[in-house]
Design a protein around this ligand. Structure first.
Ligand code: SAM
Length: 279
């Protein structure tokens, strides 16, 4: 068995062999820390099938292949496809799809994998420039119960933030409405080649059972409206969102929310009350 991919010397060797330079435009930073990839895979509930976004040269994919029955990995960069065929040749449970994850039919793929392998999870070191759109596709278009991702530390803090903290915003409400969000551990810049200027964190989203059956896109839109200008009161933001003063006051009264409060003081449940009053 060859050396692990996620060690500095092997990664360097692979990058040199294929003349690869990490592409900033694709958010490429390759993990070179075997402990981190192992821990991420172990904690991701990937026993059945696991979907990875952006396998890069295969550092995390390798650990996922060892821990799960099947890995489906979407890679946007065509130049990495032959590299992955080489680095992951020992693993016959890995399917690499050369595609932009944001364009992929993930609902059908999830269904297919669930039928075949019993369960589907997500585990990825996400490209930073598309972290939020990727996560929201998975949140809204699949019912995947466990999503474990490495993201920039600041972004991870926003996902996991509690009300009345500077990081708390629409992103926190939207993710915590659907998931229990847990920061697992920090990953320093030196764990990557090339090292990014910022630290990262691994965040795990566990889908909540029994989420009220509402139009989540409409709810999220209203939440974004309530947070639009953070310094304004919820009344002022809602008034602009609805383009109607009276309606905004009535909705807040019906929801039992004091109009002078600001969105960052409101819990997810309180924002849901506003949405329900609106409907
Ligand atoms: N998983 C590898 C690792 O941990 O070493 C690479 C992670 S790197 C931060 C992000 C990876 O996502 C790169 O391989 C990049 O080419 C790929 N990527 C970027 N945008 C993508 C997209 N829209 N769809 C699929 N892959 C994408």
């Amino acid at each position: 068995m060859s050396k692990l991919i996620a060690v500095p010397s092997r990664t360097k060797e692979i990058l040199e062999k294929y003349g690869i330079r990490a592409k900033k435009g694709f958010g490429q930073n390759f993990l070179v820390d075997p402990v981190i990839v192992e821990k991420a895979a172990q904690m991701s509930h990937c026993e059945g099938a696991v979907i990875e976004i952006g396998p890069g040269i295969g550092s995390l994919t390798e650990q996922l292949a060892r821990h799960s029955r099947h890995v489906t990995a979407y890679e946007i960069d065509p130049s990495l496809i032959p590299v992955l065929a080489d680095t992951l040749q020992e693993y016959d449970n890995v399917e690499i799809i050369e595609e932009d994850f944001l364009q992929a039919d993930i609902a059908s793929k999830t269904k297919e994998l669930k039928e075949k392998y019993g369960s589907v999870s997500v585990c990825a070191n996400l490209p930073y420039y598309v972290t939020t759109p990727i996560l929201f596709r998975i949140f809204e278009e699949t019912d995947i119960p466990w999503i474990t991702v490495m993201v920039q530390k600041e972004v991870g803090e926003r996902f996991a933030a509690a009300p009345n903290t500077p990081e708390y915003g629409a992103l926190s409400v939207e993710s915590q409405y659907l998931f229990d969000v847990k920061k697992l551990f920090n990953v320093p810049g030196r764990s990557f080649n090339p090292s990014p200027n910022v630290d990262s964190v691994i965040v795990r989203f566990e889908r909540k059972p029994d989420i009220p059956d509402i139009d989540i896109k409409a709810f999220f839109e209203m939440v974004r409206g309530c947070f639009k200008q953070r310094r304004k009161t919820v009344y002022n933001n809602l008034k602009e969102y609805l383009d109607d003063r009276e309606a905004a006051l009535q909705v807040l009264e019906k929801a039992g929310i004091e109009p002078k409060r600001r969105a960052q003081e409101l819990t997810c449940d309180e924002l849901l009350k506003i949405y329900e009053a609106l409907k």
